[in-house]
Design a protein around this ligand. Sequence first.
Ligand SMILES: [Zn+2]
Ligand SMILES: [Zn+2]
Length: 132
Amino acid sequence: MLCEKCHQREVTVFLTECEETTPANCSTQSSALCAECSGFPRLPESLIEKGCHYCGGPFFSMAVNLLEPSEDLASHWVLCYQCARENFRFMQQFETDLLQLLATPNPEAQILQRWRKHDQHMRDWVSRRDAK
Ligand SMILES: [Zn+2]
Ligand SMILES: [Zn+2]
């Protein structure tokens, strides 16, 4: 998979950016980028050592902690390559649905609920994957 920006280097980061930490103000943007184009800050070693949030696999990328969104890097989740790809796929779907969610009477609650579902989806997906 090649970087969305330069179309030359292999993707190393699946990024989902959240501009504001409150779900209602969160305009997420997912992109698949190479290390150079992502310009990502170096992550704390302690975070990398934790391994994948869902399966314990080796560090590939990080993701927003969906259950407790925060700008604090230390509270982010680490994902392995496979989980990051699935997470990215699901996040792209979320972006499509976001406008609809924002039009509901209580968007913040709707979005949090959607994230919990996402988290659950990832857990189910990992247990199916690892059962094979
Ligand atoms: Zn690139
Ligand atoms: Zn994983």
